[in-house]
Design a protein around this ligand. Structure first.
Ligand code: IPE
Ligand code: IPE
Ligand code: MG
Length: 242
């Protein structure tokens, strides 16, 4: 299917809200945790596909600032899975020249997980392949507030004047600093909402929703979303380029 993609119209940055693990599990008569484990398998396949396609950046929503509201046991399981995923995948990602970055607030994770995140980031920091962002304890509003606080501190320290705050300067304080905006935003499992993901970066993203749950989302469907994107007429407020 890869040869059906028009490489000149690839999205530079694809973001995915990996939703529906719980629904998939209950349909199978399994525990929600089994859905999350199945979701990790999908993530590995989708990252491999993104590398094969030649995407510049892929961002996945792994845990939101709102997901702490879930039952303790589920949050604990998600933390365990996150830690397992980093430990078991980091060498393979490194071999594939992946450059990992974590978006969000690491402070609220356990010291052990924070160290794994730092170590994985450090290991891959000089890699030049796909920019793979894992949003973990991430919220778009929280990210915007943190960027605003950093700029406000610079203004009050006299380092910059308030008038110097432009979209480009603001962007340089976001967790995705230096990366292109989101071109294509995919959400699995049927809900049509953003759920506090990449609010700034998705300002002009093309949205793509599917009823397929995340554990069942396939490389083929991912590629069909990319092909769909390449046929969209992006106008950015101007007139059609077609
Ligand atoms: C997405 O699947 C994974 C996370 C939010 C961590 P869900 O767990 O939200 O699955 P549903 O939406 O309940 O089916
Ligand atoms: C969004 O999914 C967060 C992740 C995929 C990590 P949710 O399942 O948490 O979103 P809502 O609660 O349906 O909006
Ligand atoms: Mg959900």
């Amino acid at each position: 299917m890869l040869d059906k993609i028009d490489k000149s119209k690839l999205p530079r940055h694809v973001a995915i809200i990996m939703d529906g693990n719980g629904r998939w599990a209950s349909l199978q008569g399994l525990l929600r945790s089994a859905g999350h484990s199945a979701g990790v398998k999908t993530l590995k396949k989708i990252l491999d596909t993104a590398i094969d396609v030649g995407l510049e950046a892929l961002t996945v929503y792994a845990f939101s600032t709102e997901n702490w509201k879930r039952p303790h046991a589920e949050v604990d399981f998600l933390m365990y899975l996150f830690s397992y995923y980093i430990e078991h995948e980091k060498q393979k990602m490194h071999r594939e020249n992946v450059r990992i970055r974590f978006l969000g607030r690491p402070e609220e994770f356990s010291p052990g997980i924070q160290k794994q995140m730092r170590d994985a980031t450090q290991l891959m920091k000089n890699n030049t392949g796909i920019k793979f962002n894992v949003a973990a304890n991430y919220g778009g509003q929280d990210e915007i507030i943190r960027a605003t606080q950093k700029l406000a501190k610079k203004v009050s320290a006299g380092e910059i004047s308030a008038e110097k705050i432009t979209p480009a300067l603001f962007e340089s304080e976001l967790d995705t600093a230096g990366q292109p905006p989101v071109d294509l935003l995919i959400r699995t499992s049927g809900d049509m909402r953003i759920s506090n993901f990449l609010l700034w970066q998705s300002a002009y993203a093309e949205l793509w929703f599917t009823k397929t749950t995340w554990p069942e989302f396939s490389p083929e469907e991912f590629i069909s979303a990319i092909i769909d994107f390449s046929n969209r007429d992006r106008k950015f407020g101007g007139l059609s380029e077609k």
